[in-house]
Write a new protein. Structure first.
Lengths: 165, 165, 165
């Protein structure tokens, strides 16, 4: 995977990304949608798309945000909406892999996620499984996402997908 | 999240808690219920409650144990009962977060769990998903739980919940 | 679990195994079945079996490969077959535990896995949950599996199990 000298720093990056992903998931799972944009750079790209699109190299997707303004707009729209039934979300993020880290400080990484959703008085369901395809850069207080592309396997996605993943 | 000096020790704590959680889950998944109390301090509190109760600040819950005596009684009761159909359990514990560590050596942390259950000749089901809200202290041979509150999202819990999570 | 001196090296091994498992899962999830044998030693044993068989000490199982030749044959057979409906797979591997490491460099470890499967135009299902029971040795470029026994809880396994787990 990498030579001996680089291994330890890649491992440190992996552990740091795990902590980032846990904080990111905790914010979403707690319903703190207004905190979501702070995990991204000002020029970040955020996208949710199906695996069949991603495999085909298509840029289409269910959600596309470019720049922190669009991320904030989306967060605000969700925070203000009353169209959704109350639900609990829980992310399990696993299998973090650091694919590379450039001299300029950009790190590419992936992770697997499962998103469980519980509506009032209903059983918990597996809302979707997928992979994060990420590009991280280092901000003043830690890692930030310059790009997060969420590629879900699940071909049937219910309306809750309007929430970020 | 934390200053540079504290980061490495919080990371070490996180890794240690991951190892603790894996050993804890392995004991339960192997059906070694009699080992379960040894993960707790003598004065530990163990509770299982629904997210709607937890969010409302209610102390009610499906299971409440205070002190190692109650934990041992519960373990013994489960070990001796023949009321339950045989089943296999498997925990996936992820997203461990260290929220803080006090000078007195107490560490607060959370983790996400999914509990899968398989009854004989049936499909594996998602029994519940939830979060551990933990307070750890350091015992003679490693971390111990002073408090574990298991907050499940799932609103419909079958009778198997009598088992610790 | 271990004395202070051994703890840090066991932790390093745990982290290294996590990285191994993530790379292993990524190859399978990407459909790169031809890469699968390279995670094993020449004399490796690979087996998939149900928990009831494993608990009973039975060597029977759904899949049995001994030696890299059998692993390669299996990979080739799967790569060439057209009998299976297209599907997406996603592994979540968690709860890695290092159980021991011998002076000769062999490490025994376990991990929990959940395998999610998505067929075209269908909902994602939980295909199986189980545990890896592993023996690792160190090859020229990192860890290799000398033995991986996949013990699934799920008693009803669909035909997709012909894929390695």
């Amino acid at each position: 995977m990498s030579n001996g000298g680089a291994t330890s720093s890649l491992r440190e990056l992996r552990l740091e990304i795990e902590e980032f992903n846990s904080a990111y998931a905790a914010a979403l799972d707690a319903g703190k949608i207004e905190e979501w944009p702070r995990f991204f750079t000002d020029d970040a790209v955020y996208r949710i798309t199906g695996r069949e699109n991603a495999d085909a190299g298509l840029a289409v997707g269910l959600v596309y945000c470019e720049g922190i303004g669009m991320l904030r707009d989306r967060a605000l729209a969700i925070a203000k909406t009353t169209m959704f039934a109350p639900r609990y979300l829980l992310h399990q993020v696993s299998n973090v892999r650091v694919l590379g880290s450039s001299a300029s400080g950009e790190t590419t990484a992936t992770a697997n996620y499962a998103l469980f959703e519980t509506l009032i008085d209903e059983k918990t369901i597996l809302q979707q499984v997928g992979r994060y395809h990420d590009r991280f850069v280092r901000g003043a207080s830690g890692l930030l996402l310059k790009e997060r592309i969420c590629v879900y396997d699940s071909l049937i996605i219910d309306t809750a997908l309007v929430f970020p993943v």
